[in-house]
Design a protein around this ligand. Structure first.
Ligand code: HEC
Ligand code: HEC
Length: 186
C-alpha cells in the first residue's frame, strides 16, 4: 500500500499544502472521506468529467484495483469520532442551505451523506470548498470545471459571494476529514 500512495503523500499528507491551479487553495483533506466517493472522484478525474490536469494524469496512472485499494486506505486513515448529528446555522446561512437543500444529500451535520458516493464536506478547507463549488458552475472551459449534473443544478442558483459564505460556514463545522502527515521514508 505504501508504494501506491507514495505519489499522493507530497500533496495530501502535508498539512496546509497549497495548490496553485486554478487559484491558490489548500488541497482537499481526503483521510476519513467515504471510500466510494474517493473512488468516484478519482474515476471522474481520469475520465475528464472533473477537469484538473494534475489529478487527471495521476488518476489515469492508477488501475481500477489501485483506486479501490487507495480509496479504502484513505477512508480508514483518519479515525475520528462521529460528529454530532444536528447543527443550527445562523439565519442567513440557513436560508442558503435550505434553498439548495444541501442537508438532504450531505446529511444534517454535512458528514453523513445519504449515499457513499456523496462527499462529507463539514470541516473541509474553506478555500477548497469554494473552488469546488465554483467548478460546478463552470461550463465550456477545457481546463476547468466539474461535470456532475446534481451539483451543477445546485450551484446555479447562487452567486459567488453566496458560495463563499456557504464554503466558510461548512468549513467551520466539526468534521471527520483530516490531513494525516506521513513520511515517505518510513
Ligand atoms: C501535486 C499535488 C497532488 C498530488 C500528488 C495528488 N493530488 Fe489529489 N488533489 C490535488 C488537488 C489540487 C486536488 C483538488 C482538485 C480539484 O480542484 O478538483 C486534488 C483532489 C483529489 C481528490 C478529490 C477530493 C474531493 O474532496 O473531491 C482525490 C480523491 C484525490 N485528490 C486523491 C489523490 C490520490 C489518491 C493521489 C495519489 C495517487 C493524489 N490525489 C495525488 C493535488 C494532488
Ligand atoms: C441531490 C443531492 C445533493 C444536493 C442537494 C447537494 N449536493 Fe453537494 N454533492 C452531491 C454529490 C453527488 C456530490 C459529488 C459530485 C462529484 O462527484 O463531483 C456533491 C459534491 C459537493 C461538493 C464537493 C466536495 C468535494 O470534496 O469536492 C461540495 C462542496 C458540495 N457538494 C456542497 C453542497 C452544497 C453547499 C449544497 C447546497 C447548496 C449541496 N452540495 C447540495 C450531492 C448533492
Amino acid at each position: 500500500m505504501e508504494s501506491k500512495v507514495a505519489m499522493c503523500i507530497g500533496c495530501h499528507s502535508i498539512p496546509g499544502y497549497q495548490a496553485t491551479f486554478p487559484e491558490v487553495y489548500k488541497v482537499p483533506m481526503i483521510a476519513g472521506q467515504n471510500s466510494k466517493y474517493l473512488a468516484s472522484a478519482l474515476h471522474a478525474y481520469a475520465k475528464g468529467e472533473r477537469k484538473h490536469p494534475t489529478m487527471r494524469s495521476i488518476a489515469q496512472s492508477l488501475s481500477d484495483q489501485d483506486i479501490t485499494d487507495i480509496a479504502a486506505y484513505y477512508e480508514k486513515q483518519a479515525q475520528v469520532p462521529a460528529v454530532p448529528e444536528t447543527v443550527t446555522p445562523p439565519a442567513d446561512i440557513k436560508a442558503l442551505l435550505d434553498k439548495g437543500n444541501c442537508a438532504s444529500c450531505h446529511g444534517a451535520n454535512f458528514s453523513k451523506p445519504i449515499d457513499g458516493t456523496y462527499p462529507k464536506i463539514a470541516g473541509q478547507h474553506p478555500d477548497y470548498l469554494y473552488a469546488a463549488l465554483k467548478a460546478y458552475q463552470t461550463e465550456g472551459n477545457p481546463h476547468l470545471g466539474r461535470g456532475n449534473a446534481i451539483m451543477a443544478a445546485q450551484v446555479k442558483q447562487f452567486s459567488h459571494a453566496e458560495l463563499k459564505s456557504l464554503a466558510k460556514y461548512l468549513a467551520s463545522l466539526p468534521g471527520e476529514l483530516r490531513t494525516v502527515p506521513q513520511s515517505k521514508f518510513r
